[in-house]
Design a protein around this ligand. Sequence first.
Ligand code: AMP
Length: 171
Amino acid sequence: MDPLKSRIREIPDWPQKGVSFKDITPLLLHPPAFQMAIDRFVEEFDTASIDKVAAIDARGFLLGAPVAYFLDAGLVLVRKQGKLPSRTLAESYELEYGKNVLEIHDDSILHGERVLVIDDVLATGGTATATAELVKKVGGLVAGFGFLLELSDLNGRQKLAGEHVFSLLVY
Ligand code: AMP
């Protein structure tokens, strides 16, 4: 088994029946696995001239911050509604379970900057698509998407067709 996959804990029927929740906290607890995950993202996007990493609330922050550091890029927080203190733009989206609104600071990306979107899980692709919309709304170019894991049955990759989509693990 992939050394990263063995560090992902699957919680059946959480937070609701029918959802198999992918818990990344065991991976975060294990330095070699955490380092390997970050290194793989950095290797994949090292030559993509990334200016900013847009990390998605909340687990995307944990991965996006070290990736931004190593890519020598700025870190943009894409947050759930009502959390960002300055002027924001918003986008609503469907989740595998429920509905949500994401926001971005309207001055966090300069016109034409190349942005890498990072999150822990690609499920239906709604969250990533909404984030890409926010990046474009503030003037950025989406240069790629990076996920720790992808739930292939939910076809999120199809929503991101034509983009550079990189998942460390596929379920
Ligand atoms: P989606 O918008 O459907 O692609 O859902 C992706 C977002 O929801 C990510 O921010 C994930 O953290 C979270 N998510 C969705 N499904 C799961 C799952 N099965 N396990 C863990 N997180 C999930």
